[in-house]
Design a binder for this molecule. Structure first.
Ligand code: PEP
Ligand code: MN
Length: 269
């Protein structure tokens, strides 16, 4: 269904008011919503909107390497819903199991994120594809960190489409083993290989691919140069007050605004 030869290939796709392929899509927001500090997320939502982002991301439930790290909190979803009401920005939220999926669908989360660790969780892929089929939700599927090539990534995405929801964004986010000194092996360069095979939009995540705010602007431009349809960028009004990846990875509003502006300029060259 996701092949270029599919009849679905001819649809015009619009997400967050953005006609895909005609202008770049920008998703931005904190890695993780801090439930103790709603103001930080509400201010960040305003700031990413002013910087030019059309969708707001934020982690409610988090897949953490250590079981003792912050795991998430239902209240974080309430904060994001308030931010959506105030800014009008559609929401991107990761779900890791069916219970979270149901809560997210109940809240009419606009884009359901499947994280890198669950990109090969076929039961979750099937559940997300099936339960989101009758809703208006999109799915942002991160590339599995050990996925070798476009075919493996596209096969996982096909599970979602096969269950009834082909509104999929493919999200390269870096692979393992990590390279040089980056958090992962940056993989913005897979974009043209994906786009040769599929009509599904490609939205790169330079925040997780590089793992450090100072490298995100160049990786963002690289992704656009490689033909990405959009970007997902971690951003926070005060990265140091953020939790999860934000202290290291999040762009501040000025850096986000500059990156979006430069990416738009490159897109239009
Ligand atoms: C995230 O988007 O914050 C996240 C956990 O992403 P990934 O699954 O790519 O690590
Ligand atoms: Mn993160």
């Amino acid at each position: 269904l996701l092949d270029k030869s599919s009849e679905l290939a001819n649809q015009r796709l619009v997400l967050g008011g953005v006609p895909i392929g005609e202008e770049p899509l920008f998703i931005a927001g904190p890695c993780t919503v801090n439930p103790q500090n709603p103001q930080l997320t509400l201010e960040t939502a305003d700031a990413v909107k002013s910087a030019g982002a059309q969708l707001l991301r934020g982690g409610v439930w988090k897949p953490r390497t250590m079981p003792y790290s912050y795991q998430g909190d239902h209240n974080a979803l309430e904060i994001l819903i308030e931010a959506r009401e105030k800014t009008g920005l559609p929401l991107v939220v990761e779900v890791m199991d069916e219970e979270q999926l149901k809560i997210a669908l109940e809240a009419e989360v606009d884009v359901l994120q499947i994280g890198t660790r669950n990109a090969l969780n076929y039961s979750l892929l099937k559940a997300v594809g099936r339960l989101s089929a009758p809703t208006r939700s999109w799915i942002l599927l991160k590339r599995g960190r050990h996925m070798a090539d476009p075919d493996e990534f596209l096969s996982a995405a096909e599970y979602l489409a096969a269950e009834g929801n082909p509104r999929i964004l493919l999200c390269p986010r870096g692979t393992m083993p990590k390279l040089d000194g980056y958090r992962n092996h940056p993989d913005e360069s897979i974009t043209p290989l994906l786009k040769e095979r599929t009509w599904a939009p490609v939205v790169c995540d330079p925040s997780h691919s590089t793992g450090h705010a100072s490298y995100v602007p160049a990786a963002s431009l690289a992704a656009i140069a490689y033909g990405a349809d959009g970007l997902g960028i971690e951003a926070n009004v005060e990265p140091r007050k953020g939790i999860g990846d934000d202290p290291k990875q999040a762009l501040d509003p000025a850096a986000l605004e500059k990156t979006i502006r430069q990416c738009r300029a490159l897109w239009n060259l």
